[in-house]
Design a protein around this ligand. Structure first.
Ligand SMILES: Cc1ncc(COP(=O)(O)O)c(C=O)c1O
Length: 398
């Protein structure tokens, strides 16, 4: 007899990622995809890794292959502590946890902090992977309004005034999906609000190091360290396949996250952590970030020019100074689904923005564009195709 499969209520809560489904369709030959959210393969430091593998084996020997602390491999926590100091965050190695990608931290946070029915406040739009990480723990979402400068502090304050939330989740720098960055003055107000309201903020910062121009803005964690779990990763500045993320976690939450991780995977790959430690302390990270910026900046500038040439009046887009994404907004009531179907048929794909909202019906006139993976000539062609699809859509369903 086949076993009876009694799915847990939380399992039924796990949605199939709509974006993964889109990515399957658009990975067909002949379709230029601006839909992905992944680094350019040209950005991976393959030669550096070849050189570091023997170094790791010589230096750490069997320790690099053995079980290790759940908190993280000590030399990597030491290296991350130095990296964070450059970002304005004072954290001792003991304050730092290593996880299997920042996604591993987000899951741990959901597991340790969210009860069914708890409220979680997120930006509208927000990073879909965070929703995927939190949703199995069955929260309800509250949306914080955003504009071209990212999250609006007054909206955050209003959301928190009427509700007791388990946590606030924000991506303040080169956000996925919008590419927007919250300016310093807003960060200070956000820090003041979360302190005054006694709320925990999860600040997710995978893209901050990928700044193409302008001055860096300090993480909110540096302004309200007791109230912020700062989450970051080497995925966009080393290699996502190595799955190295890290977090600075205040107070007793750190101990709970360690206990939760023990039950998940005991610890993140020791060998990959040792590689990451050498990558940071050997100065390779700093060099590689510059190389990655040199790959991405011209592509982002090309996308900006192509959008200005090919997208019709009434459409606006974010002007990110870094990261991997541009966000396009059409006139109210416009339907990006129609554009999506026309574009894919003509050979170019993007992600309709509605998938990044927690409330059904929102974001119908928006789209996310990625500029890291397509080659420059493909990128221009894809924007021309999408622009033409918008024009057709405007004429056929005015
Ligand atoms: C905002 C954000 N957070 C977290 C992640 C997950 O990254 P990691 O590879 O570190 O798990 C991503 C990846 O796209 C992201 O965009």
């Amino acid at each position: 007899m086949t076993p009876r499969l009694g799915l847990a209520a939380r399992t039924a809560n796990m949605n199939v990622s709509a974006i993964r489904e889109i990515l399957k369709v658009v990975s067909r030959p002949g379709v230029v995809s601006l839909a992905g959210g992944i680094p350019s393969p040209d950005s991976f430091p393959i030669e550096v890794i070849s050189a570091l593998v023997p170094t790791v084996l010589d230096k750490y020997g069997s320790a690099a292959l053995q079980y290790d602390l759940t908190e993280g491999f000590p030399p990597l926590r030491e290296a991350v502590s130095g990296l964070l100091r450059e970002r304005g965050i004072e954290a001792s190695p003991d304050d730092i946890l290593i996880a299997s990608g920042s996604q591993g931290v987000l899951d741990g946070i959901g597991k340790t902090l969210i009860n069914p029915g708890d409220l979680v406040a997120v930006e509208a739009p927000t990073y879909l992977g965070a929703i995927q990480a939190f949703s199995p723990y069955q929260p309800d979402y509250l949306e914080i309004a955003t504009d071209s400068d990212g999250v609006i502090p007054e909206s955050l304050d209003e959301v928190l005034a009427g509700n007791e939330v388990a946590l606030v989740y924000l991506v303040p720098t080169f956000q996925n999906p919008t590419g927007r960055t919250v300016p310093l003055e807003r960060r200070m107000r956000i820090a003041e609000i979360i302190r005054r309201r006694g709320v925990l903020l999860v600040e997710d910062d995978p893209y901050g190091a990928l700044r193409f121009r302008g001055e860096p803005v300090p993480p909110i964690a540096s302004l309200a360290p007791e109230h912020v779990v700062y989450v970051s990763t080497l995925s966009k500045v080393f290699a996502p396949g190595l799955r190295i993320g890290f977090a600075v976690v205040p107070g007793e939450l750190r101990d709970w996250l360690v206990i939760a991780k023990q039950g998940v995977d005991l610890h993140t790959s020791t060998f990959n952590q040792a590689l990451a430690a050498e990558y940071i302390t050997g100065g390779f990270l700093a060099e590689q970030v510059q190389r990655i910026i040199e790959i991405y900046r011209p592509k982002q500038e090309l996308m900006m020019r192509a959008l200005a040439e090919d997208f019709p009046d009434g459409f606006t887009w974010s002007q990110p100074d870094g990261g991997m994404f541009v966000w396009v907004e059409g006139p109210a009531g416009f339907d990006m689904d129609g554009v999506y179907a026309r574009s894919v048929a003509a050979g170019a794909a993007f992600v309709p923005g509605k998938y990044f909202f927690t409330k059904p019906g929102a974001g119908g006139a928006t789209m996310r564009l990625n500029f890291t993976t397509a080659e420059p000539d493909e990128l221009s062609r894809a924007i021309a195709i999408i622009g033409a699809a918008i024009e057709t859509e405007l004429v056929s369903s005015p």
